[in-house]
Design a binder for this molecule. Structure first.
Ligand code: SAM
Length: 353
């Protein structure tokens, strides 16, 4: 792993292959805090894409298109805070970092975040770093929140499919993407990720000879940044919010380790398995104190075998393995999170893409 960068805002990547030790944790299914909306229909053709503004018409306080510009504007949904005095006390520490979250935070009409958005958005430089590694034609941002990652992906990918079960956050993501001038590259879909994957898998693949049916979307990369289970993931702090400096390698000493069983809407291994049914190329954004042994066992024995030798020679013999890469996401001297890369996103495994 690399040392922390010298510039306070410059993220660097440190990486290592994860160990593949120990059995998986017992699966614990947990209920949604915000249940999927029944209205959503999650098929893969453009007719099924949900127009967020239509879904939000029931919110009379929300403004969706300014008469002057015709531009999408969700300013009526949540406040845009201009100065500290307006910000509720419990959100102040996030507000101080607003420009780290969105460098265009103050560009009119101003980036918008709801409460969950404030404590879960991926800081822009980290999101840009991940997006660079995920460069591809079509990426699925399965839990888009207020758009931190989706906006970054729109800079490096032709097409971004952005899902969320929250109408509010989907609207805020679209609003924010418009400020960055990338909204037209993103399809915002109100949908439970699990429903989306299952509906995709029902469709014939894009090389099917039957031209009468709707084909499955070709998705090159799936990005997972699911809720980490609320305020307790670091033993008392919210997702992405802890500002305590972390000495490299000492995460476990500072905080209890994080199990994928705490992830919402279900065990993190289940979310991963679904993603791998769409594509082998998965990037998984996780707490910095995640138990690496749980990452190692995400790949089944069979998947490890169908990988390749470390020297790149053809796979298929017992000692060939698919590698996983774990990247540490640092902001200055603070370790924010880790991103685990699978399949063709791993250096040296590009031919799996
Ligand atoms: C950690 S936040 C994502 C933050 C995002 N990466 C960003 O930078 O703004 C997780 C998001 O997942 C959404 N979510 C929760 N369960 C979901 C599900 N089953 N399907 C899709 N989205 C879900 C939540 O509404 C929340 O906005």
């Amino acid at each position: 792993m690399k040392a922390a960068p010298s510039s306070p805002d410059e993220p660097i990547k440190g990486k290592k292959s994860s160990p593949t030790l120990g059995p998986p944790e017992e699966v614990s299914l947990q209920s949604d805090s915000e249940p999927p909306l029944k209205k959503s229909k999650c098929l893969g053709d453009s007719n099924s894409l949900l127009d967020v503004s239509r879904l939000l018409l029931s919110r009379p306080d929300a403004v969706f298109a300014t008469p002057q510009t015709g531009k999408y504007d969700a300013s009526g949904l949540v406040p845009h805070y201009f100065n500290e005095e307006e910000v509720p006390d419990h959100l102040k520490k996030y507000f101080y970092q607003r420009v780290r979250y969105f460098s265009l935070y103050s560009t009119p009409p101003g980036c918008l975040l709801d409460e969950e958005g404030w404590y879960s958005v991926t800081p822009e430089l980290v999101a840009d770093q991940i997006a660079e590694r995920c460069r591809c034609d079509t990426i699925l941002d399965a839990f888009c929140g207020v758009g931190g990652n989706a906006i970054a992906f729109a800079k490096t990918c032709q097409r971004v499919i952005a899902l969320d079960i929250s109408t509010t956050r989907l609207a805020l993501a679209r609003h924010n993407a418009q400020i960055y001038g990338v909204a037209d590259r993103i399809e915002f879909i109100l949908c439970d990720y699990r429903t989306f994957v299952k509906s995709q898998l029902c469709l014939p693949s894009s090389n099917s000879s039957d031209s009468r049916t709707t084909e499955r979307r070709k998705i090159d990369v799936v990005f997972l940044s699911p809720p980490w289970g609320g305020p307790s993931y670091l033993g008392g702090d919210e997702q992405g919010s802890s500002e305590a400096p972390i000495v490299r390698q000492s995460t476990e000493a500072n905080h209890p380790s994080f199990s994928l069983a705490n992830i919402k809407p279900e065990h993190g291994s289940g979310l991963f398995d679904l993603a791998r049914q769409i594509t082998k190329n998965v990037a998984y954004y996780l707490p910095r104190n995640t138990r690496l042994e749980e990452i190692g066992v995400l790949l089944t024995e069979e998947e490890r075998r169908i990988g390749r030798h470390k020297d790149g020679s053809p796979a298929g013999t017992p000692d060939s393995t698919e590698q996983i890469e774990v990247e540490e996401e640092w902001m200055g001297n603070k370790l924010k999170a880790i991103t685990c890369y699978f399949g063709g996103l791993v250096e040296g495994q590009g031919d799996m893409f």
